[in-house]
Write a protein that binds this ligand. Structure first.
Ligand SMILES: Cc1cc2nc3c(=O)[nH]c(=O)nc-3n(C[C@H](O)[C@H](O)[C@H](O)COP(=O)(O)OP(=O)(O)OC[C@H]3O[C@@H](n4cnc5c(N)ncnc54)[C@H](O)[C@@H]3O)c2cc1C
Length: 373
């Protein structure tokens, strides 16, 4: 943290409190944010903070991205800045100068909303087995296939799409990333938001591509077949963002529960007077602290350009497991009220479960760590 980040945090907190928090009930009912929320977020400087200013970004670092995620998590607002920034990151890392100038400034102001589309109905863990194809026809690719569980899917107007450009190529070599500007694109459709167990305020959809024509110039990178390697290089960025959300939510759960157990009485005295309550909170506080120290170390590493894939996998797996353990204990300490979605702790419980699944499941993270041993 420094003075610049502290001022930015104050600004983000104020914006989220005024523009997002009051609409949460409605966003949950409609299973998506209001469309204008994206442009408001862009106007307030929440989007693409870690992209250079020359492309419309904030010129900051991962620390700025972390501040935005922390403030959203502290306010209990699920909003897909994470997926949006991941798309921008792919464009920034692998896009040509022309591609960057074309897409990033519009993403920075929220006129284009990003979605990252890797997972398919037939499987998400086995990325090499993806089935969506992009067949070259003159100066276009013809894309066919579908993607499942895509965050920001309903709003998405710029999609980073993983496809097979070479269907006969074995393993990862046939995979490429295409940038698809999807609004009013013939053959493209997004489902209504799926009825997810949690994260009700954001849109998770299925995307379908039927003979969709995408200009060849929308390929990311200088040649076909680099997609898998690009994803492997960039997944640490995504996984660390998941870690930021995990620890922030765990800290929030702890703060809410600490207050609750001091107010709620059983057998004539506050729950906090019971040794079990203090022991459980002591365990949670210790774990959250360990998580925060590990997370801060990883943030330092990513800013210095040396967060490796295995450490990012450790962070994603351990921090989200830690989050789930803490939030679950906090629900228990709330008793029946912890099971109500009108209580923040109840919503946190249903929201946090996805963290062990998305961005690569925790089992896949352990596989990666295991291979390195
Ligand atoms: C709310 C939500 C939002 C999401 N947003 C996005 C998004 O924006 N973009 C996107 O592309 N995807 C998104 N996903 C998809 C998510 O990344 C996948 O669900 C995840 O990668 C797992 O894929 P799968 O569901 O196909 O499970 P599967 O791959 O079928 O796995 C099923 C189970 O088998 C286990 N398993 C699989 N292979 C192995 C192995 N080798 N060793 C040990 N265990 C294994 C898994 O760990 C899991 O427990 C989202 C999912 C959810 C729920």
């Amino acid at each position: 943290m420094d003075e610049d980040l502290r001022m930015f945090r104050t600004q983000v907190r104020q914006f989220v409190k005024e523009e997002f928090v009051p609409h949460q009930g409605r966003w949950r009912d409609q299973h998506r944010p209001d469309p204008e929320a994206w442009e408001k977020a862009g106007e307030s400087g929440l989007l693409l903070r870690d992209v250079p200013k020359e492309y419309g970004g904030g010129g900051g670092s991962f620390a700025h991205t972390a501040v935005v995620l922390e403030e959203l998590a502290q306010a209990g607002v699920p909003f897909g800045t994470r997926e949006h920034s991941i798309v921008a990151h792919y464009i920034h890392m692998y896009g040509s100068e022309e591609q960057k100038r074309n897409w990033l400034p519009r993403m920075a102001v929220g006129r284009l909303v990003g979605a990252i589309a890797m997972t398919e109905p037939s499987g998400g863990s086995d990325l090499q087995g993806l089935k969506t194809t992009a067949r070259r026809e003159g100066d276009h690719y013809v894309v066919n296939g579908s993607k499942a569980f895509i965050t920001n899917g309903w709003h998405a107007s710029i999609i980073c799409l993983a496809v097979k450009t070479e269907s006969s190529a074995a393993g990862p070599k046939g995979i490429s990333l295409l940038i698809v500007e999807s609004k009013s694109l013939a053959g493209y459709s997004a489902s209504d938001p799926l009825k997810t167990v949690g994260l009700h305020g954001q849109d998770t959809c299925e995307l379908v591509f039927k003979d969709v024509r995408v200009p060849v110039s929308n390929l990311l990178g200088s040649a076909e077949g680099n997609g898998f390697f690009q994803m492997m290089e960039q997944l640490p960025y995504e996984r660390l963002q998941i870690g930021v959300l995990a620890i922030t939510m765990a800290e929030r759960a702890l703060a809410i529960t600490t207050k609750y157990v001091k107010e709620r009485k059983a057998f004539g005295k506050p729950l906090s007077d019971l040794q079990n309550t203090r022991f459980k909170l002591a365990e949670c506080k210790t774990e959250a602290h360990i998580g925060r120290v590990f997370l801060d170390d990883c943030i330092g590493r990513i800013i210095a350009g040396r967060l490796d894939a295995v450490t990012a996998a450790m962070a994603k797996y351990w921090l989200t497991d830690c989050q789930n353990r803490i939030v679950d204990e906090c629900v228990q300490l709330h008793g029946g009220y912890g099971y109500l979605t009108e209580y923040p702790i109840g919503r946190m419980w249903i929201d946090c479960r996805m963290q062990r699944i998305g961005g690569g499941t925790n089992e896949i993270m352990k596989e990666m760590i295991g291979w390195s041993i």
